[in-house]
Structures are given as structure tokens and as C-alpha cells.
Ligand binder design. Structure first.
Ligand SMILES: C[S@@+](CC[C@H](N)C(=O)[O-])C[C@H]1O[C@@H](n2cnc3c(N)ncnc32)[C@H](O)[C@@H]1O
Length: 238
């Protein structure tokens, strides 16, 4: 499968909104398995790095909420009102002050350089146009701010990557999740400056920290080196 096909949208934003509105009450139960496979631990570690005025795009049911440092002033957006309602209830349970807005991450209604930290977890697979979202996230981030990502994508194990390719269309039909995208390549393509990137769990889960400017890029060699972190859990700072 060509890289272009891996990024091509499976659904329109309206269809995604409809699907997630219908699926919202099931989301936490279905996502329980990836959480147990390591996502929860990665989420906790990543979100500790958030600070100041923080934006989370596509927050879903708010699975990240419990991990934000109390000093963060959080704004959260999603296209699905049903998902956002669950996130809002969750924030209330944790006594967290946050602002929730229904908004398309491809057209963020915030001024340039508005946030200190901009976050996306497990949604680059779903956006119809992930590059536009990444550029919007970059636009609203302060030049010295951080962009934090916890994503899943195509495995770097040949057999598993091919298996994902084979079933990608069928999988994407349910919730628009294109599981064979390449998150780090997309972040680089959008022009972000990658500070650290590592992948775990058969090379499927990615943790990426980036800055808006792009003075250097991760080389193909450095990207390949991230495979080693699957075994030893190290970060790689290009
Ligand atoms: C797989 S869920 C991830 C939810 C959450 N970030 C998490 O880690 O559990 C994908 C989310 O992306 C949202 N989404 C998809 N396209 C979007 C868009 N263009 N703008 C904002 N949210 C979007 C969906 O409504 C859904 O809540």
C-alpha cells in the first residue's frame, strides 16, 4: 500500500462526528484494552510535560484529564458533542477546571501562538486531513511551546505492518481509524521540529515531543533507531 493511501481519509468529518456521537458511551470500555497494553502509562508520562495554557485537540471522552498537572489551564476540543459531554463530566469528577468546545481541529478558532502546550492523543489516525490538523496545532502553539503526541500507527515489524495494511480499509470503516498511518513521518512532513520520539509495543505506539519551528529534521537513520527503544524504552533526541 502506498504511503498516500495510508493517509487518505476514510470518512468525512461529518461522518466521523456522527460515528463518535453514536459510539461515545462505548468508547471507554473498548479503549480499555489498549490502555492495559501500555497506553495508560505512556499517557501519564506524556501529560506530565504539559504546562501553562494547554490545548488538547480531539479530547474524546477525556481519558487524559486525570494526568494533567493541576497548574495547566486546559482548553479541549472535539467534533463530537457526545464525546465532549463525557469529558466534561470526567473533569467535574476530578475537580478540574477546563473549557470544552465543539470544534473541528482542522480549523481551530484560536489566535496564532495562543497556547504553551498543544496535545493530541490517539487521533492522528482518525483526522480526515492529519497534516492540516498538525499545521493548525503548530499555528496556535507559542514558538517556544511544546506539541505532545501519543499516537498509534503502522508497526515497524514487516509482518505486522503488512497485516495492518491488509485490514486497514475494513478497520477504518467502523470509526475512521486508519491504523497504518505513520505518525512520526506526518509530524515531520508538517514541518514540526521533533525533540524526542520513541515507539513501543511492536513499534505501534508513538510518543513524540516537538516544537513549532523546524531547524532540523529526524533523519531516516535516526527514525530507524527509534526501533531500538521498543526494547529498552529510551528516548531519542535528534
Ligand atoms: C480515537 S478517539 C481519541 C480520543 C482521545 N484523544 C483519546 O486519547 O482517547 C478520536 C477522537 O477524535 C475526534 N475527532 C475526529 N476528527 C476530528 C476533528 N476533525 N476535529 C476534532 N476532533 C476530531 C473524534 O470525535 C474522537 O473523539
Amino acid at each position: 500500500m502506498s504511503p498516500e493511501n495510508r493517509t487518505s481519509p476514510s470518512m468525512t468529518t461529518a461522518e466521523i462526528r456522527h460515528q463518535y456521537n453514536a459510539f461515545a458511551s462505548w468508547y471507554d470500555a473498548v479503549e480499555g484494552l489498549p490502555e492495559l497494553l501500555g497506553i495508560r502509562r505512556l499517557r501519564r508520562a506524556l501529560l506530565q510535560r504539559a504546562s501553562g495554557a494547554t490545548l488538547e485537540v480531539a479530547i474524546g471522552t477525556g481519558k487524559s484529564l486525570r494526568y494533567y498537572p493541576p497548574s495547566c489551564q486546559l482548553t479541549a476540543v472535539d467534533v463530537s458533542l457526545a464525546m465532549l459531554r463525557i469529558a466534561r463530566q470526567r473533569a467535574a469528577r476530578f475537580g478540574l477546571r477546563a473549557t470544552f468546545q465543539v470544534m473541528d481541529a482542522e480549523r481551530l478558532a484560536f489566535p496564532d501562538q495562543h497556547f504553551d502546550t498543544v496535545i493530541d492523543t490517539l487521533a492522528l489516525c482518525t483526522f480526515p486531513d492529519p497534516l492540516t490538523v498538525l499545521r493548525e496545532m503548530t499555528r496556535v502553539c507559542q514558538p517556544k511551546g511544546r506539541l505532545l503526541f501519543l499516537e498509534h500507527g503502522r508497526s515497524d515489524r514487516a509482518w505486522l505492518g503488512k497485516w495492518q495494511d491488509r485490514w486497514a480499509e475494513r478497520h477504518a470503516k467502523k470509526l475512521g481509524c486508519r491504523w497504518n498511518r505513520e505518525p512520526l513521518a506526518l509530524v515531520q512532513q508538517a514541518g514540526l521540529h521533533v525533540i524526542a520520539a520513541r515507539r513501543t509495543f511492536f513499534g505501534i505506539f508513538h510518543v513524540i515531543e516537538a516544537r513549532p519551528a523546524s531547524p532540523t529534521r529526524v533523519t531516516a537513520h535516526e527514525y530507524a533507531a527509534t526501533r531500538a527503544s521498543t526494547q529498552n524504552g529510551e528516548s531519542h533526541a535528534p
